[in-house]
Write a protein that binds this ligand. Structure first.
Ligand SMILES: [Zn+2]
Length: 235
C-alpha cells in the first residue's frame, strides 16, 4: 500500500496534467528535439526504500503477515544482487523502524514526517534514483501480481518504472501489467526519478503464500535489480 498524494486534488491534478501537456507540446514545437543525457553517464547511486516500518505495518493479513517485513526482505535481496554491478545501494531502513519522533500525533502528519525523512536521506547520499518497495492489498482479494508506478511529470521516472515492470512480468505466472503513472506522495516529492514497486497482493491468498517464500522473493528482487541495472546501462 502507498500514501496517496492528496484525496481532494483530483480536479487540480487534471488541470495540471492538461497544462503540463500543453507546455510539453509547446516546448517541443519551440525547441525541436533536444539531446537527452544517457543515465549511464550519471552516477550510479540508488536509494531503496522498504515501505512502512516501526509503528506502521502497512498491509496486514488475518494470518499475521506484515507488509513492512516483506518490503525489507526484498530490499535487502535487491541490495545484495546489485552489489557486484558497482551500483551504490542505500536503504532508508535496515530494520523494523520508522522516523516519527515520540509525541507526534495524527495519522497523516506521522506518515508525512516518516516519508520526508526518507526523501531527505535520498538527497543526502545524492541518490540518482529512488525505488520504494511495497506490497499491495485490496478488500476483495481478487487482484494479484506486481505493479510499478511513476510520477507522470518525470520522463526518467517513467523510463525506470517501465524497465523494472518489464522484468517483473517475465516472472512465470505474473500478470502482464504495464508501468503506470500514479499520484503518490513519495514519488511526487523526491528530487530524483522515483518509482513505487508494489511486488504483489497480500490480499490474494495464493500470492500471500508465495510472497513469504525466499525463492519467490528472489525472483522479484532479481527483476527489480535487473530493471535498475538496465536504467544505468549496465548488464
Ligand atoms: Zn505499502
Amino acid at each position: 500500500m502507498r500514501q496517496p498524494a492528496s484525496s481532494s486534488g483530483n480536479k487540480t491534478a487534471i488541470l495540471l496534467v492538461l497544462s503540463v501537456m500543453s507546455m510539453l507540446v509547446f516546448s517541443v514545437l519551440w525547441q525541436g528535439s533536444t539531446a537527452v543525457m544517457s543515465h549511464s553517464e550519471e552516477g550510479h547511486v540508488v536509494m531503496l526504500d522498504p515501505g512502512h516500518g516501526g509503528y506502521d505495518p502497512g498491509a496486514i493479513t488475518s494470518q499475521g503477515v506484515y507488509e513492512k517485513s516483506i518490503n525489507l526482505q526484498i530490499a535487502q535481496k535487491v541490495k545484495e544482487m546489485l552489489a557486484p554491478s558497482g551500483i551504490q545501494v542505500f536503504l532508508t531502513r535496515e530494520e523494523d523502524i520508522d522516523y516519527v519522533p515520540d509525541g507526534v500525533k495524527g495519522k497523516t502528519t506521522k506518515k508525512q514526517i516518516d516519508l520526508n525523512r526518507r526523501i531527505d536521506m535520498a538527497n543526502e547520499v545524492k541518490a540518482n534514483i529512488f525505488v520504494s518497495l511495497h506490497v499491495n492489498a485490496t478488500a476483495t482479494g481478487q487482484n494479484s501480481g506486481a505493479e510499478t508506478f511513476y510520477d507522470y511529470k518525470s520522463e526518467s521516472g517513467k523510463e525506470l518504472a517501465v524497465l523494472i515492470q518489464q522484468e517483473l512480468i517475465k516472472i512465470p505466472g505474473m500478470n502482464r501489467r504495464i508501468a503506470k503513472p500514479g499520484d503518490f506522495y513519495v514519488i511526487k516529492n523526491t528530487n530524483m526519478p522515483a518509482v513505487i514497486v508494489e511486488v504483489g497482493y497480500l490480499s490474494s491468498l495464493k500470492e500471500q503464500k508465495k510472497l513469504q517464500q525466499t525463492w519467490y522473493q528472489e525472483q522479484l528482487s532479481r527483476a527489480i535489480a535487473k530493471g535498475i541495472a538496465s536504467y544505468f546501462g549496465l548488464p
